[in-house]
Write a protein that binds this ligand. Sequence first.
Ligand code: ADP
Length: 502
Amino acid sequence: MNHLVQAVESDNFQIMRVLFVSSEVFPLIKTGGLADVAGALPLALARLKTDVRLLMPGYPQALEAATRRKVVADLGNPLGAGPARLIEGRLADSKVPLLLIDCPSLYGRDGNPYLGPDGKDWPDNASRFGLLGHTAARLCAGESLIGWKPDILHGHDWQAGLAPAYLAAWGGTRPGTVFTIHNIAYQGLFDPSVLAPLELPITSFSMAGLEYYGQVSFLKAGCWYSDKITTVSPTYARQIQIPEQGCGMEGLLAGRAEDLVGILNGTDDAIWNPASDSYLAERYKPGDMIGKARNKAALQRELGLPMQPGRLLIAVISRLNDHKGMDVVIDSLPDLLMRQHCQFAGLGSGDAVIEAQFRALADRHSHHMALHLGYSEPLAHRIMAGADAFLMPSRMEPCGLTQMYALKYGAIPIVGATGGLVDTVADIDVQGETKAGRGFVLDDIGKASLLRAVKRANALFKDKVEWNRTAAANAGLDFSWKQSAQHYIDLYSNLLKRRSGA
Ligand code: ADP
């Protein structure tokens, strides 16, 4: 019996081998939710008896943070990038093997994985992430590089998009391929001149391939050449098939609707759980609103805000850009602070203009508003624990993790009606909704609508009993990775069955 068929026989799921490919993995390197997913989902899959390994670029901080490192393959001089090796390590103290591509000429620089110190894309990003896809494909095809070949290649976002394109170009046997879109707005577009150095055939540069309006699109490659496409919430799976959210890929995705599925992300309980969170002033059980009140006081003290338990403390933890609706937060803040008497705690970084506008507001309203521009994992946790309400007026939100953290930490979410926010937060005032999570959903993304939602939040906040009851019920919701991981395993095994003709 061949290996694929064996893997899908019901008792033998444990031998299913999955190669995860991601450009960022928490806690090694993170710029957004992709890292959280790539750091947590493999662990959840491993717990469900899947043999999963994780491939990523060998950034200096990742090489340093990986434990139990050893060289497992000499990659030669791949794509003419210079000497490269594959180093195996472990993700923290987990059992999941981590494969790092050690290629100093491409990855041997500190800082952001995508941007140079000037804030612009690294000029050689096509090579940096071309090599990621190339190495992933080498691990799947032909002679085994490390004595292990996957049944499923699972790539994440445009940075991993070329892997199935290489497999298609090389022919021969290959694993089942799954590609996950975490955010369709980032597409990895490059001039066609990158094709030759990436050693991809010119024939791939067509509509039935990786060409996208005259450019090479790594994201399109991932979608086009993969057997299955997933994205990170059921609502986003529908939205990316229409022009408003499809960012030009809607036609392709609508054409692949049968192969496109939305699987909601989970949250990592080991990291985001107020009962065990070592960053907090005081740990508290999810739903313990007395413990939460103490964390609110501690946060107000830490941020230099007046210790006023009766003021609604609204928080934002976000990349600062228009997709996240931060322009609307800026427009609304003076009214929120001065007319609706809220306090505000903001943590984020991003668009320079938006950062400057936030800074100006914080200077003007320092008595009611605290701002930390930059990235701080500890502060993010303390803000979640201390905030009464969590604001996320996103125009697009493929899944969103922070609203789920907020629910768990007893901060009631105020969210835009899009993507994963729709799938996780039902409006408190709308009858007959599911109980998938409770908060305030904006009618649209604009100042008036945001102010209306906060007004409703303030009204509920005055009714302490009802507010606490709602927040405590939210904290008991289950957004664990176990559920998502089971969906992925079902998807993998159905794909393997289909490919083996079973
Ligand atoms: P996205 O991936 O679009 O940025 P998500 O809500 O899916 O949004 O995930 C964002 C993740 O990044 C969360 O874990 C959030 O806590 C974290 N985060 C965002 N900005 C900051 C920041 N400035 N400091 C610390 N953590 C941040």
